[in-house]
Design a binder for this molecule. Sequence first.
Ligand code: GTP
Ligand code: SPV
Ligand code: MN
Length: 589
Amino acid sequence: MNQVEKWVDEVAQLTKPDKIYWCDGSEEEAHKLIEIGIKEEKINGNPIFKELNQTSWPTAYYHRSHPTDVARTEHLTYVCHPDRNLAGPNNNWMHPDDAKSLMTKLSDGCMKGKTMYVLPYMMGHPQSPYAKACVQITDVSYVAVSMRIMTRMSKTVLDKISTDRDFVKGLHSVGDFDPNKRFIMHFPDEHLVWSVGSGYGGNALLGKKCFSLRIASWLGLKEGWLAEHMVIIGIEELETKNVYYILAAFPSACGKTNLAMLESKLPGYRVWTLGDDIAWINVGPDGQLYAINPETGLFGVAPGTSMKTNPNMMYSLKAGKFFPTLITNSAIDIDKNEPWWEGLDGEIPKNLVDWQGNAWDQTKNSKAAHPNARFTVSIYNSPTLSKEFDNPKGVPISAIIIGGRRSDRIPLIVEGFNWSHGVFMGARTGSETTAAAIGLKPGVRRDPMAMLPFCGYNMGDYFKHWLSFQTRTNRLPKIFTANWFRTDENGNFMWPGFGDNIRILKWIIDRVNNKVGAKETPLGLIPKFEDLNLEGTNVTKDVYEKLFAINNDEWKQETEDIEQFLSQFDKRLPEEFFDELNKLKFSFK
Ligand code: GTP
Ligand code: SPV
Ligand code: MN
């Protein structure tokens, strides 16, 4: 028995499945799994999959998750380092021994009567020096099919493991969906994720947030690289044919997927997609930062997605190329057998069932689709896919944007003075919480680099790790902070956003190329009105002033909030941050 077989055998002894099925990731197999999901497996009495209209939505299948299981559950997510301080105040912690015995109890016999699927997959291109071999075990076809879309799943990974030896383990069971028996446990030193009780997204597709961010960030700390919650895009200047690669971190449901597939509103520019959620970043041989996207799929928020906001995504969803595309927890137009969500183009269909399967009554003012309804679609379906997507070396990075969702006080775009100031700007970023996680208090929370729920170790050490790149190379990209979400007195967004975000990306490229100057503020450098191309928008000089306004009282309060947040990292906080905090305090009194 090789080491994978040994591990699978151990897990089977504990979980006691009826059958064990080794997946090969083929299209034929995906058809078979969908069939099983339609005819055999059930959640809450409902079949796992329902076929949608194959004429208007070719290859699309519908999935309804358990009603208590519709988003990540941060309060049930633990990072189990042997030492609590390594996990830090940013993580729930349990001692690995205690976590193991709890999970062993919850997993005993949890696959009785079910099939155990074994999924061998790579995160990253198999030829990439940065890629990692992984095996996930699961007991639901939805996860097996989703992983085929999201990762490079293939039996050849098993050969790689038998020579490389090192592989990342993901053990997943939906259990009985009881929220009281739901845990997502990470064992960073063992390269193991163990998740029971949830079949949803980031809780269940263990190659995604659990491995590629929580465990990978820990590997990155030890090995000198970064695993980040970031978009990777290429911006092509059509005249010169130059492509500038940019990374952008925004918290969950704050615009990454939309930015990744941006349809430029400025002639002369085109955006190429490389990733919409996760970037692994290494210092390349030439000293530049290089990024790869370890995933191959897009697990995106459906509500708000339309031909108006994200036409490239609508094409991808209906492309009918890579099999299959999954739609989870949207509403269904029962006359057409098509998925529907708030914000989709066209009239609201007359006969809708909501995401829980009940006839939808529009007068009741409830949402038909769950606000965190999502689609799972192959990135290879995307008309904007960059030709560098499969480049094992990744792409060289010119700029990093870190953002959040703030209705007030945060300017549209700000450039950091230098790397360490930029890192501080990223670390102090806050964002209003969204439906992407269950049980979060509404309002603003600090979310450094959009990594608060995903950093697999103490964030004090994480900040130092970011700063340490200054000592490794002098070719670091510029860092910017962005906020597309500032509102006016009536609560309306002042910035048009979506395809118009290219106007900000253009300014960033102009800054990278030293083509334009900038205005200095206590927060960093902002664009001069005349350097932004705002032709065809409603953004007047007056709106520009409001988008970039820095109000003393708001910032005095913001600074206090930042200090309070950072103080919990105590002695682990880098020196540089105290200097930056003092500068803020001095500026806003
Ligand atoms: P995760 O998949 O959870 O990591 O989310 P994400 O960061 O990829 O967010 P996504 O692009 O799916 O956008 C989430 C929500 O933000 C949707 O409701 C979008 O319509 C909205 N949104 C995205 N970009 C913009 C923008 O530029 N302006 C405004 N006003 N809203 C936006
Ligand atoms: C997020 O919440 O940031 C997502 C969705 O991308 S999930 O896979 O559930 O984490
Ligand atoms: Mn995300």
